[in-house]
Design a protein around this ligand. Structure first.
Ligand code: SF4
Length: 411
């Protein structure tokens, strides 16, 4: 099989990994045109400093000895299989990099023979890139569940970011849908990586030349909607993962029924809007000081898809509003729907000099379209007059959640 055919199979097989999103289209250049697009997974991710970077996103192989119920690469699925060698992946990366197509590599893999064997192949790839080609670009690799901690350490010293996927929000679902994986093994790799990151950070303070270990941290991914978990189960799990393993990100991947399985036969494709609401909630947990128990609870276990979680929280806690813009603390300002960290910071700075009026907010480029129902500015309220919480929620909700789709650039 030639390298282009392998590339086609193994970029397509990587598209269900949501840590970054694939380009997914192909377009030929014409004699007078500029550039071309190729379906082979150039995707985008964001670096620590907020830059958008293009990554070559591929699987090392889609051969797999495991039989996870939700995965297109599961051993029992009949599909065309391919496998790179470490040198092929390293050469592809370097060639794409030199042509300026990519700024990094995102490499995951099915499991060949056993977790350690597969992990060694991935490490070999990173080793060729770093130590033979002296490549200093970004590398994000998946750690193989069940691999020895020595191998996790070796990989962590070569790559920028590592993902160790918990796969499913609960152990019960993992046992049913990915029975060959063990939560104990996954969590012990995450603990090991966390401890090494902390250790290296401390060592770097003492010895400037200590080799870096996962400088861009570790992440994980959860498939949502394949099991019976509620949104409350999922956000609580994410909150614990952030606290216990200092993760940079938890990625949520809405379940897509791509293969036949006894357990997922009746499970429908999870709505993308659910995934979107979970990402919004995740943002609130990480940057806005919310706890999972603020957003959901045992009685109210799922997000209302019609409305974003912050507005939903504010309406459920309408007694805390309206907040006076001239008095609320920075942290309270951030809890107002429609006011983010940047706007809260602008308000706090501006009100050092004068009492703010609505026109000041406009001049600061702060939209009050959503916020107006939850604020007073110098004592004045310009929001909706509503009967009760339900009335306000209905009036602020999407009329048809199904209509919530990614907008096309081309109308
Ligand atoms: S181990 Fe990974 S590649 Fe293999 S079947 Fe499970 S999810 Fe798919």
């Amino acid at each position: 099989m030639d390298i282009l055919e392998k590339l086609e199979i193994l970029t397509d097989a990587a598209k269900y990994d949501v840590s970054c999103s694939s380009s997914g289209s192909t377009r030929k250049n014409s004699s007078k045109g500029l550039g071309n697009g190729h379906i082979s997974g150039i995707c985008h991710s964001w670096s620590e400093d907020g830059r958008c970077i293009s990554l070559l996103k591929i699987l090392f192989t889609n051969k797999c000895i495991y039989d996870c119920e939700y995965c297109i690469n599961r051993s029992s699925n009949v599909t065309k299989r391919a496998e790179f060698t470490p040198r092929e992946v390293a050469d592809l990366t370097i060639n794409f990099y030199r042509r300026n197509y990519i700024e990094g590599l995102f490499l995951s893999s099915g499991i060949i023979k056993n977790p350690n064997y597969t992990m060694e192949l991935l490490i070999k790839t990173a080793d060729i890139l770093r130590n033979e080609y002296h490549y200093n670009g970004y590398i994000h690799m998946k750690s193989i569940p069940g691999a020895d901690s020595d191998l996790v350490k070796k990989m962590g010293l070569l790559v920028d970011r590592m993902s160790i996927n918990v796969e499913l929000p609960t152990e019960k679902s993992l046992k049913i849908l990915a029975p060959q994986k063990s939560i104990r093994q996954i969590e012990s790799s995450m603990t090991f990586a966390k401890e090494k990151i902390v250790q290296r950070k401390n060592e770097i303070k003492l010895y400037r030349h200590t080799p870096k270990f996962l400088p861009a941290g570790q992440t994980t991914q959860m498939i949502i909607g394949a099991g019976e978990e509620s949104d409350f189960d999922i956000v609580t799990r994410a909150e614990n993962l952030y606290e216990d393993y200092s993760l940079k990100r938890v990625f949520y991947s809405a379940f897509v029924p791509v293969v036949k399985s006894e357990f997922t036969n009746d499970v429908k494709k999870a709505p993308l809007l659910r995934e979107h609401r979970l990402y919004q909630a995740d943002w609130l947990l990480r940057f806005y000081g919310f706890k999972s128990s603020d957003l959901l609870n045992e009685e109210n276990q799922n997000f209302d898809l019609r409305i974003d979680p912050k507005t939903d929280w504010a309406i459920n806690n309408i007694g805390k509003f309206p907040m006076e813009i001239n008095k609320a603390s920075f942290y309270d300002l951030m809890k107002i729907p429609g006011i983010g960290r940047v706007s809260a910071r602008k308000i706090v700075n501006a009100r050092k000099y004068r009492k703010l009026e609505y026109w000041h907010l406009k001049a600061l480029n702060i939209s009050v379209k959503r916020a107006r129902n939850f604020i007073t500015v110098n004592g004045k309220y310009q929001g909706l007059k509503f009967k009760d919480q339900k009335d306000l929620k209905d009036r602020m909700s999407l009329s048809d959640p199904k209509s919530f789709e990614q907008l096309s650039f081309f109308g």
